[in-house]
Design a binder for this molecule. Structure first.
Ligand SMILES: Nc1ncnc2c1ncn2[C@@H]1O[C@H](COP(=O)(O)OP(=O)(O)OP(=O)(O)O)[C@@H](O)[C@H]1O
Ligand SMILES: [Mg+2]
Length: 318
């Protein structure tokens, strides 16, 4: 990250820099992750100045065409967060990665929220222990991200529940416009609290509830796409892991096998880097399958939901 100070963005005056700092933009990356329109609003800049600042910040962060070797080196900055289950980590090539959006899809009770809760605890472990060594920001659209469960998971894993709670920042989300506002606020909290994992549980429920009927579908998809686009930019520019959950709907055309398909259509499918489909197995077990990833093969993993959050079936002694 580059501290925002006079001189780093060539041609931007001291008073503009001061306004940005006052509005909470303390790094160039945070400026780059914010649309110009919003910079104008938050820092009280003129439209033209905001456009210029946004462009310069983006140029600072994005060096344009670079040799593939450099891309590889940059990807090495990528970190992975263990999910709490070695099996699930294995199919994710080590865990949930920073710089990407990972989507967990499944029907009710399939374990989406339990995975998010466990990740929120695990992310705080130091990298040597499989964590990201940072805080967690959660956008809870369903009201199910319960601190009591975080306490239980942390304690069962031998971590200090109080400390774990103090590094998780939860925002309840009441509707899709609110989601958009909360996403706008993410760069600030990411910087301020050294957040390394952003969780959105779920990304789709408000959109599904608010935009009923075919005639509203394109507007819904446009707004959803905009939210995802900003999340992707955030993941990349601030090197955080973004995890979103998604629901399923039964496809009427499927006669044999599982009729459930992810909701959110192409917009969600394209925005998420890795997609993991969850289904219920026997007892408390769950089966996770990679369904769409540029780098991961389509493998399956089994895990179980316990007091530790999620863990391997074997470890739970099943
Ligand atoms: N402390 C616990 N110990 C064991 N199992 C638990 C515990 N807490 C929750 N579960 C199990 O987790 C399951 C619920 O999983 P989860 O809340 O992750 O579902 P979800 O995929 O988020 O569903 P929804 O779409 O309704 O949000 C239930 O089957 C419940 O029995
Ligand atoms: Mg849930």
């Amino acid at each position: 990250m580059t501290e925002l100070e006079y001189g780093v963005l060539k041609g931007v005056g001291g008073s503009t820099i001061n306004r940005l700092l006052k509005a909470g933009f303390t790094t160039v990356e945070a400026v780059a992750a914010t649309p110009a329109r919003e910079l104008a609003e938050k820092a009280g800049l003129g439209a033209e100045t905001a456009e210029k600042v946004a462009l310069l910040a983006l140029m600072h962060v994005d060096p344009g065409f670079v040799p593939a070797m450099e891309v590889l080196q940059r990807r090495r900055m990528m970190m992975r967060c263990t999910t709490g289950s070695k099996e699930l980590d294995r199919i994710l090539a080590g865990g949930v990665e920073t710089g990407s959006i990972t989507e967990f899809i499944g029907e009710y009770g399939s374990g989406k929220t339990q995975i998010c809760l466990t990740l929120s605890v695990m992310a705080q472990l130091p990298p040597e222990q499989g964590g990201l060594g940072g805080g967690v920001a959660v956008i809870d659209a369903e009201g199910t991200f319960l601190p009591e469960r975080i306490v239980q998971i942390a304690a069962a894993r031998g971590m200090d529940p109080k400390e774990v709670l103090s590094n998780i920042f939860i925002a309840k989300c009441y509707n899709s416009d609110h989601l958009s506002i909360l996403i706008d606020n993410l760069p600030g909290i990411i910087e301020e609290k050294n957040v390394k994992l952003v969780v959105i549980d779920s990304i789709i429920s408000h959109f599904r509830g608010e935009y009923l009927g075919r005639e509203n579908l394109s507007e819904r998809q446009q707004k959803l796409g905009n939210c995802l686009h900003r999340l992707m930019r955030l993941a990349e520019t601030m090197n955080v892991a973004v995890v979103v959950t998604n629901q399923v709907q039964a496809s009427p055309t499927v006669v044999y096998g599982d009729p459930n398909r992810p909701t959110g259509g192409n917009v969600l499918a394209h925005a998420c880097t890795h997609r993991v489909y969850l289904r219920k197995g026997r007892k408390n077990t769950r089966i996770a399958k990679i369904i769409d990833s540029p780098s991961l093969p389509e493998r399956e993993a089994r895990f179980i939901i316990t007091e530790k959050g999620i863990e391997d079936v074997e470890e739970a002694g099943d």
